[in-house]
Design a protein around this ligand. Structure first.
Ligand SMILES: [Zn+2]
Length: 313
């Protein structure tokens, strides 16, 4: 059976690059293309925002103006993901996030917070959020996130992708910046709005990392492959995000062809003997209204889900 790795290879990774500590002779912002001194570079921005977990990978190509703009989008992204970090007790810049489900009419909300480095689940009287399966030795928890704007999350993911492209690739794909800086989603068929979320059951990333994959071939017979795919790894979560259609994709495009969105086989990272199913969830990021999502997280009890996790960094 053909898989993701038959079509894609690792192109760049936050594991490969060192923090940009030096100051370039010409300070130019990668995202707005403005140059010092018309924009300043006093902040030390992170290539992978610390909302995904503490890390020391900073960049030197983001101006203070863009940094401020992205912070707003980061807040929405933090709201979407904070229950994953709270579950695994992973620290962010602001400490371990406390998660509180939004209120629903029929009961108290689920509260998850870190007390003395242990995880505490408080279900109140809301047993709807909570299901213990004796036979499977599993605990299923439903989390309803606070409201966040999915389009903001799109921008954060796209920005991380642009941070991992080479200068040459960015020059070729200037249209990516139009997408990054637009106030509203541009619906011209070039952006792939669906992200996939995979939840690993046996491993987690204490320090987040982001990997950029590139299609080995963008056209095979009558099938087109988006040139760039991003995998964002943090806690026990992987998000798969397709960068917009590239110039190479556009040049090869033919209306007769079909577009193939190859899914990452997250189970290769897990201990396959312990997997019963692949836990996947998809979400559309072109939504500009604030929404709340309900996420189902399954914890396995007897298997000592935290202590047996391999701390892969
Ligand atoms: Zn800028």
């Amino acid at each position: 059976m053909e898989s993701f790795f038959d079509f894609y290879e690792l192109h760049n990774s936050t594991n490969k690059i060192l923090p940009f500590r030096s100051s370039p002779s010409i300070k130019r912002c990668r995202f707005c293309n403005e140059q010092y001194p018309s924009v300043t570079f006093n902040n030390v921005p992170h290539l992978v925002p610390e909302l995904f977990g503490r890390n020391n990978l900073t960049s030197n190509f983001e101006c203070d103006k863009c940094n401020k703009k992205f912070q707003k989008f980061e807040n929405d992204t933090a709201t979407m993901i904070q229950h994953y970090l709270a579950l695994l007790n992973i620290k962010t810049k602001k400490g371990t996030p406390t998660f509180q489900s939004v209120k629903i009419p029929y009961g108290n909300s689920t509260i998850l917070k870190s007390i003395n480095n242990s995880r505490n689940l408080n279900f109140g009287t809301n047993l709807n959020d909570f299901n213990y399966d004796e036979q499977e030795k599993s605990l299923t928890i439903k989390f309803r996130t606070k409201k966040f704007r999915p389009f903001s999350v799109y921008k954060i993911f796209l920005k991380m992708g642009l941070s991992l492209l080479t200068e040459e690739e960015l020059k070729t794909n200037r249209h990516y910046f139009e997408f990054l800086n637009s106030e509203e989603p541009i619906m011209n068929g070039m952006q792939i709005w669906t992200i996939q979320r995979y939840m690993l059951k046996t491993k987690f990333h204490l320090i987040p990392n982001v990997n950029l994959y590139r299609a080995k071939k963008t056209l095979i017979n009558n099938t087109e492959f988006p040139e760039y795919v991003l995998l964002i790894n943090f806690a026990n979560i992987i998000f798969q995000f397709f960068l917009p259609i590239s110039i190479k994709n556009i040049n090869e495009h033919n209306d007769e062809n079909r577009l193939n969105l190859e899914l990452f086989p997250s189970f290769v990272l897990d201990d396959i003997t312990r997997l019963k199913e692949i836990d996947m969830y998809s979400l559309e990021l072109n939504e500009t209204n604030k929404i709340s999502i309900t996420d189902k997280v399954i914890l396995y009890y007897e298997k000592k889900e935290t202590s047996q996790l391999n701390k892969s960094i």
